[in-house]
Ligand binder design. Structure first.
Ligand code: C2E
Ligand code: CA
Ligand code: CA
Ligand code: CA
Length: 274
């Protein structure tokens, strides 16, 4: 971005650049050999009271021969807008379940779903089929969804989530606190877990508003009888403030970044478990 350039020109060229960039990624995704170019890394989720590893969140990685490594924060939304995210979910879920099948029986797997994975019966049947064929116990699987997934078709998405819940899967509300859902709406969903977004965790010991939000989100999850994972913990100061508020499950660079499959297995096998 050339920030020194004038208003309208800057906007137009930035906008054009953005559209070209998206188009490039979309076309590379459509041509990609997804089975080979996509991989999955695993970030530990820790119970600080051990400390002990509870499980891992699967996070997508894409290494494109044309474009190099692209972040999921970039390519997942583009795949969603292009309506092709289902073709990514398939190999990603399959790979994540294959890796997790080799872990000890107490470890859980979290997997991120998009709105498109939940907005038709066919896409849910695809998920159910993959989970069943993998042999992985659905009771050890947490599916992460964001509030934005419900923005489009609340009825259909709720039905899909209920189907997955009946199969035994846990349902985690990801990026909790950043969406606009009313509590009544949330209450209608068969949720098992909240994940508090990193934006409230960053420097919460220095930011009274963040501190209060985390405090009330933890209280709400306790009231609802749900587990709560706190995301993006980077410093000892943040951890101390979170544990003082009663938080127990955390995820973040302070403990570990997302790890390669063989590193994750080793991490979980360490004597302390974290
Ligand atoms: P998310 O689900 O909220 O995942 C958490 C993101 O925070 C991950 O980024 C993770 O690497 C990063 N993170 C973890 N600990 C820390 C920390 O201590 N500090 C900071 N600053 N960041 C931390 P990542 O891997 O780049 O993924 C970005 C987003 O892409 C995810 O956000 C999720 O929305 C999406 N995504 C990733 N994999 C998948 C997937 O397989 N399917 C779908 N539908 N979405 C995915
Ligand atoms: Ca997530
Ligand atoms: Ca999140
Ligand atoms: Ca997020």
């Amino acid at each position: 971005k050339k920030k020194q350039r004038g208003g309208a020109v800057l906007f137009d060229s930035d906008h054009e650049y953005q559209i070209n960039f998206e188009a490039k990624i979309e076309s590379a995704l459509k041509q990609a050999d997804l089975e080979n170019e996509l991989s999955v890394v695993f970030q530990p989720i820790i119970d600080v009271r051990g400390p002990q590893t509870i499980g891992f969140e699967a996070l997508a990685r894409w290494d494109s021969p044309q474009l190099g490594k692209i972040s999921p924060a970039c390519f997942i939304p583009i795949a969603e807008r292009a309506g092709i995210v289902g073709s990514l979910t398939k190999p990603l879920l399959w790979k994540a379940l294959a890796a997790a099948s080799l872990w000890g029986p107490s470890l859980r797997l979290s997997f991120n779903l998009s709105a498109h994975d939940l907005n038709s019966n066919d896409s849910v049947l695809m998920l159910v089929g993959i989970i069943q064929r993998s042999g992985f116990d659905p009771k050890r699987l947490d599916l992460e969804i964001t509030e934005t997934a419900f923005a489009h078709d609340f009825e259909q998405v709720t039905q899909s989530v209920e189907t997955l819940r009946r199969l035994g899967c846990g349902i985690s509300l990801d990026d909790f606190g950043t969406g606009y859902s009313s509590l009544t709406r949330l209450h209608a969903l068969p949720l098992t877990k909240f994940k508090i977004d990193r934006s409230f965790v960053k420097d919460l010991h220095l930011r009274p508003s963040s501190y209060k939000i985390v405090k009330s989100l933890l209280a709400l999850s306790a009231d609802m009888g749900l587990d709560c994972v706190i995301e993006g913990v980077e410093t000892e100061e943040e951890l101390a403030a979170l544990t003082a508020l009663g938080g127990t499950s955390v995820q973040g660079y302070l403990f570990a970044p997302p790890l390669l499959e063989h590193e994750a297995a080793k991490f979980a096998a360490e004597p302390s478990g974290a």
